[in-house]
Design a protein around this ligand. Structure first.
Ligand code: SAM
Length: 272
């Protein structure tokens, strides 16, 4: 990032807008990358698409050209004013406010959710969106590569953790391609990646008490080097591991998503 003479960081301006760090503003400028993202989304007329964080419209413009109508959710007042100036209301419906609090069930379904997400809220936003999975057709996002790696990681891999299990329980996901910092203004310090997410059919989910499963997963990954015997002590005695057919000396990082569902269902059935 550019430094001023005094050594202070000079605010980055893009298209006359000062990028706000607190809103995670890194604007896409690389037209090839923008084209690749829109190709990956493959928007069609008549689809219901919502873009989170349209900013100065790097993705909004080509999306609109392809599908003719769009919903957007933006928090920055200056950018909201520009969106209203730039697009006719019958083309772009601007929802003003925080995507973390936005009620996505107020939009038509099946919904396609897209965006170059503000990285500072990406994890809570993914969990918020997971609550609307039954109304969503698919989601295509740009995120920090490190977060995408955690989302798609498999058991035993270093990146495998709570985010992997809780999202893989709900979605089939694929990391599509990486995007270097040079594709943005201002450039973020980290590499980004595009991730595609498609909700799994409701009957595939299976878990009878997802909230309980969330607590178990959090405990199992809270102390990664501890065994299940230790991390799941609040719920399971040694004989429960026998009943589950699981090794109490195993670590959570080696369990598949289905294993966590199995444990949660076992505890749920026992309690019920
Ligand atoms: N889509 C634009 C692009 O690709 O150039 C901007 C992407 S920029 C990484 C993130 C955008 O999300 C900004 O427009 C920012 O103002 C907006 N934003 C940040 N936090 C938000 C929130 N909580 N809810 C909705 N929009 C948010």
């Amino acid at each position: 990032m550019a430094q001023g003479h005094s050594g202070h960081r000079t605010p980055q301006r893009h298209q006359g807008h000062t990028a706000r760090k607190r809103f995670g503003q890194n604007f896409l400028v690389d037209q090839d990358i923008i084209g690749q993202i829109v190709t990956a989304i493959s928007p069609k007329p008549g689809e219901f698409i919502v873009e989170i964080g349209p900013g100065l419209g790097a993705l909004t413009v080509p999306l609109l050209a392809a599908c003719g109508k769009l919903h957007v959710v933006e928090i920055d007042r200056d950018l909201i004013a520009r969106l209203h100036q730039t697009y006719a209301p019958e083309q772009v419906t601007v929802h003003e406010g925080d995507a973390l609090e936005f009620d996505f069930s107020s939009l038509p379904a099946p919904l396609r959710v897209v965006g170059n997400l503000p990285y500072n809220i990406s994890t809570p936003l993914l969990f918020h969106l997971a609550d609307y999975a039954d109304r969503v057709r698919d989601m295509t996002f740009m995120l920090q590569k490190e977060v995408v790696d955690r989302m798609v990681a498999k058991p035993g891999e270093e990146a495998y953790g709570r985010l992997s299990v809780m999202l893989q329980y709900r979605f089939a996901m694929a990391s599509l391609f990486d995007v270097p910092g040079t594709a943005f203004n201002p450039p973020p310090k980290v590499t980004s990646a595009i991730v595609y997410m498609r909700p799994l059919p409701a009957e595939a989910l299976g878990c009878k008490n997802p909230e309980l499963m969330g607590k178990i997963v959090t405990a199992a990954f809270g102390q990664r080097r501890k065994t299940l015997r230790n991390t799941l002590r609040p719920w399971l005695e040694l004989e429960d591991f026998d009943a589950l057919g699981m090794n109490p000396q195993e670590r959570g990082e080696r369990l598949a998503v289905a294993d966590f569902v199995h444990i949660a269902d076992y505890i749920h059935a026992r309690a019920g």
